[in-house]
Ligand binder design. Structure first.
Ligand SMILES: Cc1cc2nc3c(=O)[nH]c(=O)nc-3n(C[C@H](O)[C@H](O)[C@H](O)COP(=O)(O)OP(=O)(O)OC[C@H]3O[C@@H](n4cnc5c(N)ncnc54)[C@H](O)[C@@H]3O)c2cc1C
Ligand code: FES
Length: 295
């Protein structure tokens, strides 16, 4: 059975700041009580205010970036968990479990350029990814800025969280909004097709995507249709984050590298999956593996 990563720990982080971001978000900065080695982009932490009883279950958040010894999280305020975190005051403590999950693949400059597609708060795992790619990940050389393109889509301008911060990273940024209030009118999948047609983004590219499920389904279809390598960072519901509760199943592709088993666990086998391994469309053609009882 897949296990949580060996470097994951449970510890406290002191709230340094909670800064509003966009129409409904905050950037929460937490100073961990212990020294952490650098965290790979698109890994995540389970977070919960330590002193508050509700909600009982922590919530998962991607690491947004690291600044001055603090870990920052971009949080879209939705329900009880995100409201509780957004109301924390400096000096309060937050229970942190992590780093969890696998993170993006190594972003290298050798193969086709990278095109990153973010939808709304799906932008959270990309800031650090761009910083790490520009600095050089693992043993790979730094990726030149012109080989990284960031496409950021949202319903409206106010949900393009921290878009100026992305622009300041120096990579090419294009925006798309459903209402046309910023950039291209439409979604990021329509935008990437338009940029391909205009020759502004090479058709031969590698895709990273994070956003709402309908967007990721469209990315899955697009990249399969065009035979592109693509990785999706999924934001399933999660109960535990460490592989115990079975609350985060992702359907595997029968013809893919995980196909023997109908579901992967997003928390310990993801949240990043290659599109040849999983499907967001439901798995109708799976034949149960002999000798296995399911997940
Ligand atoms: C690996 C991972 C990384 C994530 N990173 C971030 C991040 O960096 N920033 C961020 O803002 N959010 C992120 N999320 C999503 C975040 O965990 C949820 O928005 C959060 O758990 C909602 O908690 P809540 O108590 O506020 O909402 P709840 O009261 O639990 O739910 C409020 C509403 O949101 C819906 N909802 C809850 N969780 C999700 C979800 N995961 N996806 C879609 N709808 C959901 C519920 O069905 C309900 O309609 C991530 C999720 C995962 C799995
Ligand atoms: S969240 Fe509990 S098993 Fe994945």
């Amino acid at each position: 059975m897949p296990a949580p990563p060996p470097d994951a720990r449970s510890f406290l982080g002191e709230v340094v700041s909670v800064v509003p971001c966009g129409d409904d978000g905050v950037i929460l900065a937490l100073k961990p009580e212990l020294d952490l080695p650098p965290v790979r982009a698109s890994r995540f932490f389970m977070l919960k205010p330590e002193e508050r009883l509700a909600p009982l279950i922590p919530r998962p958040f991607s690491i947004y970036r690291e600044r001055d010894g603090a870990l920052e999280f971009l949080i879209k305020v939705m329900g009880r968990g995100t409201k509780a975190l957004s109301r924390c005051q400096p000096g309060e403590t937050v229970r942190m479990v992590g780093p969890l999950g696998n993170g993006w693949p190594t972003l290298d400059g050798d193969g086709p350029p990278w095109v990153m597609l973010a939808g709304g708060v799906g932008s959270a795992p990309f800031f650090l990814a761009i910083e790490q790619a520009l600095a050089g990940m693992d043993d790979a050389a730094p990726v030149p800025k012109d080989r990284l393109t960031y496409l950021f889509g949202a319903a409206t301008r106010g949900l393009l969280y921290d878009v100026d911060g992305f622009r300041e990273l120096g990579v090419t940024v294009h925006t798309a909004t459903d209402d046309g209030s910023d950039g291209f009118r439409g979604n990021v999948v329509q935008l990437v097709k338009k940029l391909w047609d205009a020759g502004d983004v090479p058709r031969e590219c590698r895709i990273l995507a994070c956003g709402p499920d309908p967007m990721l389904e469209a990315v899955e279809d697009l990249t399969r249709e065009h035979g592109l390598e693509a990785w999706l960072s999924l934001e399933t519901l999660m109960g535990c984050g460490v592989g115990i509760c079975n609350g985060c199943p992702v359907e595997t592709r029968p013809d893919g590298p995980m196909g023997d088993w109908p579901n992967a666990k997003c928390c310990v086998e993801g949240p990043v999956f290659k599109t040849d391994a999983i499907t967001l469309h439901g798995r109708e053609t799976h034949e149960p593996a002999k000798g296995r009882s399911g997940n």
